[in-house]
Design a binder for this molecule. Sequence first.
Ligand code: IPE
Ligand code: IPE
Ligand code: MG
Length: 248
Amino acid sequence: MERLNPDKLPRHVAVIMDGNGRWAKKKGLTRIAGHQKGIDSVRNVVRTSRELGIRWLTLYAFSEENWRRPKHEVKALMNLLNRFLKAERKEMLDNGIRLNCIGQVEKLPPEVQKTLWQTIERTSQNNDMTLTLALSYGGRQEILGAVRNMLKDIEEGTLKEKQITEDRLSSYLYTADMPDPDLLIRTSGEYRISNFLLWQIAYTEIYITPTLWPDFHKERYLEALLDYQKRERRFGSTGEQIARHTKG
Ligand code: IPE
Ligand code: IPE
Ligand code: MG
């Protein structure tokens, strides 16, 4: 396999971890068993990102729309999340990983919220990598919340209409302190965004692989990163302009 260029790594990788259910079905297992197996892939992608020196990793773990799933599946997912957070605390502390979350976290069961905030608190001094879990997250809801909060600030006089810029709007999102993702990976072959980071992915490179999330091992991740390194990011400019610019 080709080597990754350590100077061209994405600063921020975001992942839509999809396909646990299909993986389980193929094996004749329950969907819950698929989610359980998916945790190994989470651990894997976190470790690899940290080893490579990727500074920001954001994982879509539970969408706002996932609350529509059968009650027992939601419950199992919440239990798995709770256990994952407790089990990974030490590794996060040992490896300089700061935990962060985005989404309507107040909707999560109280015991999960407690574990989550405890882990966030305990890892808050770490600064080698920020692992963000998107939990009860929806991009539209996030933008709507930002608009509402901006209106409130306008009413209170702390925000003027003229001050509403792209940067200002960004500062009202959950991701206020984060760079936009450079690379978005979606596993299991679906060509959609499913309400993930709508504002933030305006110029993100998208990589979709048919591999189901529980099968997304280190090699698959490295392939995604290699593919990213071959892309030419133009941000609206022409290829010639980019070539001139990178030549110096
Ligand atoms: C992703 O796997 C995990 C979550 C959305 C929580 P799915 O559960 O969506 O798996 P498929 O899409 O049914 O295969
Ligand atoms: C997206 O996967 C959400 C997460 C990975 C957490 P879904 O499986 O919920 O997406 P859809 O419903 O197929 O679009
Ligand atoms: Mg799915």
